[in-house]
Design a protein around this ligand. Structure first.
Ligand code: HSE
Length: 406
């Protein structure tokens, strides 16, 4: 199976490396040789390395589309432009497409799938969510008989790496981010990681596959970790809580068919499974009926783990041969939970004693109150945010409130 590769950066370079090292075995598993024969890469400094893997440098996309021997186009350029156009043209040209591009898939899946369907080719994007972890295939395939009730967890390796370093080595957010960049975990624009946008893209893709719900990152509540301080991390730790960036797409009201889709920092109990997910690992819990709970853990960022998912999709094409779209059969019965209906438990800290009484006076259910910190019961987010703001205004200094997941 000949492959045309668009982009030989962190993931594309890793794909070439894996095939050079282990191509014979992979081809045997596939049942026919897997070779990257042409690569479109605008950076000339990468060309010698690409040629050393036995691939030719393509002048343009046409060079790949016009090559009848190429069946699969792998897009690893990233971003919406120019990838949207490159993929649309590849699909129109009758090539199967494999991509890791969550920016594009979270925004334009429907239109690209429509082309794939019409041209009877496959569009596969397992690598766009949680790198090495196979999540999309189980959701759209093996688990399809289940009624999915919730998906939640850690889907951004960079944020998880940063929060782990902050908790375990007292690194500042900036120091840990610099390290995540060096290790190849961060996006080319790392603000997408830090602001939660990258996780938002992934949870939107997961919501689409699990519920058929079309939501885009701009539709959902997204909070990043840019405002998180070492004090937030330490205060949680001493209360038995670990701070994580949690993405969730959870059915909160079956009768009204409401799904809560959001991303944001939240404390989880330090002895929970989610707290044990460290460094660039991701961990995602899927609840469904009749299966109950599944927990997926693996490397969520980095060249080799992401290339593993790309290769999985390339080999999947050999099995599919005809582009069957699992999505076409998902009927959407749900809608996005409006933000004013969101509610959570909160960990609130202040610099003065009496925080519990003050919050209770403002109608917030207090579950446990410490000297200067409070764990609330489930309360509407808007009410807690307004009570915390009200406390600050009335001179109750240093009030800080972050969600607790579950
Ligand atoms: N920047 C992403 C992350 C890469 O850190 O999770 C994998 O999607």
């Amino acid at each position: 199976m000949n492959v045309g590769l668009l982009g030989a950066g962190t993931v594309g370079g890793s794909l070439l490396e894996i095939l050079a090292r282990d191509g014979e075995r992979i081809s045997a598993v596939n049942g026919s040789p897997v070779r990257v024969t042409r690569v479109l890469e605008p950076d000339p400094s990468k060309h010698d390395r690409i040629r050393s893997f036995g691939a030719e440098i393509a002048r343009d996309l046409e060079d790949i589309l016009g090559d009848e021997s190429i069946e699969v186009v792998v897009e690893l350029v990233g971003r919406v432009d120019p990838s949207r156009d490159l993929i649309a043209r590849a699909l129109e040209g009758g090539k199967h497409v494999v991509t890791a591009n969550k920016d594009l898939i979270s925004e334009h899946l429907d239109e690209l799938q429509e082309i794939a369907r019409r041209r009877n080719v496959a569009l596969l994007f397992e690598a766009s969510v949680c790198a090495a972890i196979p999540l999309l295939k189980p959701l759209s395939g093996f688990l399809r008989s289940n009624r999915i009730r919730g998906i939640a967890g850690i889907v951004n390796g960079t944020c998880n790496y940063i929060l782990t370093r902050m908790a375990e080595t007292d690194s500042s957010l900036d120091e840990a981010l610099a390290e995540a960049k060096r290790l190849g975990y961060a996006e080319s624009d790392p603000s997408a990681d830090i602001t939660g946008l990258d996780a938002a893209r992934k949870i939107c893709i997961l919501a689409r596959l699990a519920y058929g719900l079309t939501v885009k990152p701009g539709d959902i509540q997204v909070e990043g970790i840019q405002g998180i301080t070492l004090d937030d991390v330490r205060a949680g730790k001493s209360a038995g809580l670990t701070l994580k960036s949690i993405a969730e797409a959870v059915i909160v009201d079956e009768e009204r068919r409401l799904v809560n889709v959001r991303v944001g920092p939240a404390y989880v109990p330090s002895d929970s499974q989610l707290a044990s997910i460290r460094d660039s690992f991701n961990g995602v819990e899927i609840q469904g009926q009749p299966m109950d709970t599944l927990f997926f853990v693996g490397r969520g960022a980095g060249g080799l783990p992401t290339a593993s998912a790309v290769l999985g999709d390339i080999l999947e094409i050999q099995r599919l041969r005809e582009a069957a779209s699992a999505l076409s059969s998902i009927q959407c019965r749900y809608r996005l939970l409006p933000r004013e209906m969101m509610e959570s438990r909160w960990f609130v800290r202040g610099s003065r004693p009496g925080l519990g009484e003050e919050l209770a006076r403002r109608g917030i259910p207090v579950e446990t109150a410490g000297e200067r910190s409070v764990l609330t019961g489930v309360t509407p987010d808007a009410e807690l945010i307004s009570a915390a703001g009200n406390l600050r205004e009335s001179g109750f200094g240093g009030v800080r409130a972050l969600r607790v997941y579950r």
